[in-house]
Design a protein around this ligand. Structure first.
Ligand SMILES: Nc1ncnc2c1ncn2[C@@H]1O[C@H](COP(=O)(O)OP(=O)(O)O)[C@@H](O)[C@H]1O
Ligand SMILES: [Mg+2]
Length: 357
């Protein structure tokens, strides 16, 4: 089953593509986006001068993954000299709307165009990040729908601008008269807001052009070998294609490898199910780099755990024993006799207990 892989089954291609500036990591909730983006940023930090990882998922967990508190300004990750992390919440960021004079208009706009406030704070964030000059920026994105909305922001802003224009035409000079009447200075006037929207649009448009450049940007899809995840991934890949955003890496996380001496019927059944979907992933995405990651017995938290898991990202998974080999059979026999011994002992104990009672 290992030799079905055409493109190399690792994320090495991302580490080697040194023109990359933006790496998006996305997929459904709970599949391992934060784990994978954290590890990608750790690996990139080994080959790049500086790396920033940004979480745009309102359910932040970079802090959990790295076991360190992060805020909306970049913070050096403990144990690194060139890896920074920040968490931004696109839904509650209120920098734009906090000026009194703008409140009315901005909330008017926010009601008129869903997503405009989010778009503006995303633009602010991108503007900030662009001035910081990181070699590469990794995005731990929110679940699917959310991410794609972020990528549609230029058109959202366009709508915002049009709405502003139509408001302006409708009320003529009334609004600017009012802002003057209430003693608000020009910073909060309608023209200032319009100007701000225009500059946001410029930033977003520039960034979006970069997002559509496969030399600069790629999107890594994280999923698990199950029906819904396969389906979601296909939807995601299609949307990305529609937005002209490059994607050629799929990470399949939580794979049960058939190397452990599995005797459990449940696990065996799950493995068969996973294999069915793995086959479909390989069939559908034969031109993608598909990286398979094993399901670990424990969570992946803390830099140490992330570091040790990171080896699985660059070297395709190798079962430690080969199915049907003498070594593997010996281990299975030894495991089974241990299980038999344990069961016999338990039975013995129970029988003794019964005799007493
Ligand atoms: N391969 C794996 N084996 C075991 N636990 C994992 C694996 N990948 C992720 N986890 C754990 O699963 C949980 C969810 O992963 P996370 O990366 O936060 O997902 P997401 O960001 O997509 O919601 C975390 O507790 C993480 O440590
Ligand atoms: Mg997450």
């Amino acid at each position: 089953m290992e030799n079905q892989e055409m493109a190399e089954g690792s994320v090495k291609n991302i580490l080697e593509q040194d023109s990359l500036k933006w790496v998006f990591v996305g997929g459904k909730g709970g599949v391992g986006k934060t784990t994978c983006s954290s590890i990608l940023s750790i690996l990139l930090a080994k080959v790049r001068p500086s790396v920033l990882i940004i979480s745009t998922d309102p359910a932040h967990n970079l802090s959990d993954a790295f076991q360190q508190r992060f805020t909306k300004t970049p913070t050096l990750v403990n144990g690194f000299t060139n890896l920074y992390a920040m968490e931004v919440d696109p839904t509650v960021e209120e920098d734009m709307g906090s000026n009194e004079g703008m409140d009315g208009l901005i909330s008017e706009l926010a009601n008129a165009i869903p997503g405009i406030d989010e778009a503006m704070s995303f633009a602010e964030m991108l503007k900030l990040v662009q001035t910081m000059d990181y070699s590469v920026i990794v995005f731990d994105t929110a679940p699917t729908g959310h991410t794609l909305r972020l990528l549609q922001f230029p058109s959202t802003l366009e709508k915002g601008l049009n709405k502003m224009m139509s408001l302006k035409n409708k009320f003529g000079g009334l609004m600017s008269q009012m802002t003057r009447m209430f003693g608000m200075d020009d910073d909060f006037g309608e023209d200032a807001i319009l100007g701000k929207l225009e500059s946001m649009k410029t930033v977003i448009e520039r960034v979006n052009k970069q997002f559509k450049d496969p030399d600069l940007t790629t999107f890594v899809c994280v999923c698990i070998p199950e029906f819904l995840s396969l389906y979601e991934t296909e939807r995601l890949v299609q949307e990305l294609t529609k937005f002209e955003i490059d994607t050629h890496n799929i990470i399949i996380n939580q794979v049960l490898f058939d190397e452990e001496d599995v005797e459990s019927k449940l696990l065996k059944a799950r493995m068969r199910m996973q294999q069915k979907y793995l086959d479909q992933f390989y069939m559908l995405y034969d031109d993608f780099h598909i990286t398979k990651l094993p399901l670990l017995p424990q969570e992946v938290t803390g830099v140490e755990a992330l570091q040790s898991f990171s080896s699985q990202f660059v070297t395709p998974y190798q079962p430690s024993t080969i199915k049907g080999s003498v070594e593997e059979l010996e281990r299975r026999v030894s495991n089974l006799s241990q299980m038999l011994k344990d069961a016999e002992e338990e039975l013995e104990r129970l029988r003794k207990g019964k005799q007493k009672a």
